[in-house]
Design a protein around this ligand. Structure first.
Ligand SMILES: Nc1ncnc2c1ncn2[C@@H]1O[C@H](COP(=O)(O)OP(=O)(O)OP(=O)(O)O)[C@@H](O)[C@H]1O
Length: 686
């Protein structure tokens, strides 16, 4: 008997699995899940990547909430924002370049103004750094610090970004465009108070900030004609012991190396006419701003981004005495070299409360701490390129102190080179140093002034003759500088009354009340309509000491910069605001007008003859006479020659806002000045 055929083996062992309560629980893991797990893992990886990517992207597109200006903007973004620096967007021309309006760019979601500076002048580069430094510190509705910056290495351009001020600068609004809003007395007073509060704010910081160049063209007006103090290019931090602290260039050595690297990179991306685009390509990868901090922390800067603050050695500092090889008679000189090398390291003047942190060891760079309180975040500015530019531009003969290397210094040639560069840089506002080493040779400021002035006049006259028929009247309108014919008319007129002042030249007379000023030679821009020479203004003697007519006599004469210098400048500005005219305005009008040329002398004259209200702008509407008298009196108090006698800005604000008692005129402006008639006044007293 044949056995029944075996049932065909079931292809599916599944029935076993399907048996309830069967004894097959220890079966192998279900393979059906494997692809599921794999795809889940892949999905999570992908998700992770996406999250990471978004995080990275966000870092580039939106700086962290707590990040603060100044931000570094990609050059290409600024270029786009200003329509490739289109002429139509040009707001004006300053001493170091043009300013353009631009569309909002994150993280600054407001219209911007972009100052485009060529890197030709060291002074410009230095002002650039100053602007950025103070941009990280200032925070007041009455100041307008830089919001950001950028570079274009190929084109050797530096850019500074500010908030756009709809009504431009005060000089232009008041004297050129004569904005109707500013013809209202109340508005003028409110502008004056805004400015006073702005300066008060600067002086109230710890350490105080001295602006150093208060004048109407450095005051900007927003859409409501609220005033903000701008242009911190010449501003200084002041230490408790009166040391000036100057923001200086970056580590030259490091900067040079890095810059070369960058240069190669740029050139590899394009050449010739495409230079700008090549520069842009590099930066176009980022579409919006990052902060300097982020960039530095992220290590995306390929070289050290330090800029620093230099603190000159105090003359009595023991460190200075031992450190400086140029120590003389127990007192250290304040030579740039001494400052550069030594002060930084050990001189114990580093504690800049809440703003900067000292760097330990032999690293003498100062880092500017602008991070959120307590975080200890160090803010540095990217200055990779400036050092190289200095090296390129400056002739060897320009380095101050060349050949005067100190005995005790054993330095490597490269180090020495850098030092000399730095000395030159340092010396730009260190006339004081020169003074201390060459004391006996010092000339009176007035003599120096006269020479400079006469040379300038001669140059101007020559130039004008050459350009016969070319009108540059508009350019010559800047603040104070009279046209040649005016000056010569002035001289003619003065020669008639020479008997009175035989020993004094017209220049001396002209400078009455303005003694010692230097000028920066910048011109205003709204009415400018031609090519501007690189150096800028009508008179272009570079100076790190402010603007003629506005600079305090003691500072112009070589003295220290103090808060009282700002007070003096504010006094001039206040008179300009009240009178609606420049501080010096010589016209070819009749003799009666001539004595009014110098606003300060004119105000003093009116004070003595008790006609102060005559100073007020004739076109002012709704004049409050009492308030006008108060304002002029405050201005005259600020303009006292002795800095100690000038009020503080806090007092000025209190007087202008009526918080304190109305002030009295300075005693020397009484109708019979006691100093001139001592006997008479003594008799009177008895
Ligand atoms: N934030 C801004 N908003 C609007 N206009 C501005 C702004 N910054 C500057 N400007 C305008 O651009 C022009 C040039 O400004 P800039 O600060 O370069 O020169 P300046 O103040 O005239 O002279 P200086 O070189 O002595 O500072 C000025 O007419 C000014 O009104």
């Amino acid at each position: 008997m044949s056995s029944p055929p075996a049932p065909p083996s079931s292809p599916e062992p599944a029935p076993q699995r399907l048996l309830p309560g069967g004894g097959h629980h220890a079966a192998a893991p279900p393979r059906v899940f494997t692809p599921l797990v794999a795809s889940a893992a892949a999905f999570s990886c992908l998700l992770l990547l996406v999250v990471l990517f978004r995080k990275l992207t966000r870092k580039r597109t939106a700086p962290a909430e707590d990040s603060k200006p100044p931000y570094r903007f990609p050059y290409a973004a600024l270029r786009r924002s200003t329509g490739a620096f289109a002429a139509a967007n040009r707001l004006g021309q300053g001493g170091f370049g043009s300013v353009f309006s631009g569309a909002p760019l994150p993280p600054v979601n407001k219209p911007i103004a972009v100052k485009l500076m060529d890197s030709g002048s060291l002074q410009g580069e230095r002002e650039f750094q100053n602007e950025l430094f103070f941009g990280g510190i200032l925070n007041s509705p009455y100041t307008l610090p830089a919001l950001g910056f950028s570079f274009n290495k190929k084109r050797r351009r530096m850019l500074i970004v500010y908030e756009l001020m709809a009504n431009g600068n005060l000089q232009d609004a008041l004297l050129h465009r004569k904005c109707p809003e500013l013809m209202e007395w109340k508005k003028r007073v409110s502008v004056a108070v805004d400015i006073a509060k702005g300066i008060e704010y600067l002086h109230s910081l710890d350490p105080p900030i001295i602006h150093g160049d208060i004048k109407p063209s450095n005051v900007l007006l927003d859409q409501h004609f609220s005033a903000k103090i701008g242009d911190f290019g010449l501003a200084r931090l002041k230490s408790e012991n009166q040391c000036e602290i100057t923001v200086l260039e970056s580590d030259l050595g490091k900067a040079n190396g890095g810059s070369e690297a960058n240069k190669v990179e740029v050139e590899s991306n394009g050449a010739g006419a495409a230079a700008e685009d090549a520069g842009s390509v590099l930066e176009d990868t980022e579409s919006v701003a990052t902060t300097a901090v982020e960039e530095f922390n992220a290590g995306s800067v390929d070289q050290s981004p330090e800029s620093f603050v230099r603190i000159p050695i105090s003359e009595t500092s023991p460190e200075a005495v031992t450190a400086s090889p140029q120590t003389m008679g127990g007192l250290a000189t304040t030579s740039p070299e001494a400052n550069f090398d030594k002060s930084s390291v050990d001189s114990g003047k580093r504690s800049y409360k809440g703003m900067m942190k000292s760097v330990s060891g032999k690293d003498w760079w100062w880092k500017q701490d602008n991070g959120a309180p307590g975080t200890g975040v160090v803010k540095d500015y990217v200055m990779e390129w400036i050092g190289t530019e200095i090296k390129k531009e400056r002739p060897k003969s320009d380095w101050l102190g060349a050949g005067s290397s100190s005995k005790g210094t054993v330095a490597k040639p490269e180090k020495k080179k850098n030092k000399k560069r730095m000395e030159w840089w340092v010396s730009m506002d260190e006339e004081k140093n020169a003074k201390s080493t060459k004391k006996e040779k010092r000339r009176p400021a007035r003599e120096w002034w006269r020479e400079e002035y006469c040379e300038e006049l001669a140059r101007k006259k020559k130039k004008k003759k050459r350009q016969m028929g070319v009108s540059d009247d508009n350019c010559a309108e800047e603040d104070w500088w009279p046209r040649d014919e005016e000056v010569y008319a002035d001289r003619k007129k003065k020669s008639k009354s020479r008997s009175r002042r035989s020993s004094r030249s017209s220049v001396d007379w002209w400078l009455d009340g303005l003694s010692g000023e230097l000028w920066r030679g910048r011109r205003n821009s709204y009415d400018f309509s031609g090519e501007i020479p690189k150096s800028g203004g009508v008179s272009s003697t570079p100076s790190m000491r402010g603007t003629v007519c506005y600079i305090a006599p003691e500072y112009g004469g070589g003295g220290d910069l103090s808060e009282k210098c700002d007070v003096y400048s504010f006094g001039v500005l206040l008179l300009v605001l009240i009178a609606g005219r420049r501080p010096l305005q010589v016209t070819s009008s009749p003799m009666s007008e001539f004595q009014r040329a110098n606003l300060l002398s004119w105000a003093r004259h009116l004070a003595r003859s008790r006609k102060l209200v005559d100073l007020v702008d004739q076109s002012i509407q709704s004049l409050d006479r009492e308030q006008a008298l108060l304002c002029i009196t405050v201005a005259l108090l600020c303009l006292q020659k002795s800095p100690i006698r000038r009020p503080s800005m806090k007092e000025v604000v209190a007087m202008l806002t009526g918080v304190s008692e109305p002030p009295q005129l300075p005693s020397e402006l009484s109708p019979s000045p006691p100093s001139r008639f001592p006997f008479k006044s003594q008799r009177k007293l008895r």
